[in-house]
Design a protein around this ligand. Sequence first.
Ligand code: PGA
Length: 251
Amino acid sequence: MRKNIVAGNWKMNTTVPEGIALAKAVAAKAAEVPAEVGLVVAPPFTHLCAVAEALKGSPVGLSAQNCADKTKGAYTGEVSVDMLVSTGCQYTILGHSERRQYYGETDEKLVEKTKLALAAGLKVILCVGENLEEREAGKHFDVVKAQTENVLYNFTAEDMANVIVAYEPVWAIGTGKTATAEQAEEIHACIRKVLAAKFGQTVADDTTILYGGSCKPSNAKELFAQPDIDGGLIGGAALKADDFIQIALSF
Ligand code: PGA
């Protein structure tokens, strides 16, 4: 059966020393969280080696926030999956709405990145989610379905063992405006149906689907109580170890 996961997406926050301190604070409190709940932190690329060291001996997993769509070579400023693996990273977030919106990340690119990440042995946290205009136009199911299919339908049932999906409505990210538990649940259930249609019900049932978007200690319990919400991808609230751990205690 699928695992509950709480992952912290630090985005472009913290210096290296601040990141080490945050990782150590999370690692120190990780024992409070039941072993069935996976904890993951996703610091910036520059922090990965140092954070890997800070997390040593703790159950906290390490994720990148992105990876290159090429394996190596003349791609200035890019970071390859092999580089990530060599830092001690086990996961990468892909397709975050901020990457889609500000850096032109397309579903086609995400297929390439997902292929490379899985081949390198990384687990992928693939983000999907509609923006406000799409929700107001009633297109949220269609948008999320298309994003999920466009990327994941290029993979096999076996690949799905290493894929986590994160539903992040763009209008809820960093806005303080959380999707209601019902709004989130109906999309999570839809994503699971989309996965079942291609990979079968067992794979769909075994896939962890996270909610992201202003998830915090005060609303995590209600969200995580939904049958298809298996945890959270946490932005702002992941920058405080106490809040992050509090969220992980909300199952
Ligand atoms: P937020 O970000 O929790 O700050 O809304 C979530 C995310 O973008 O992953």
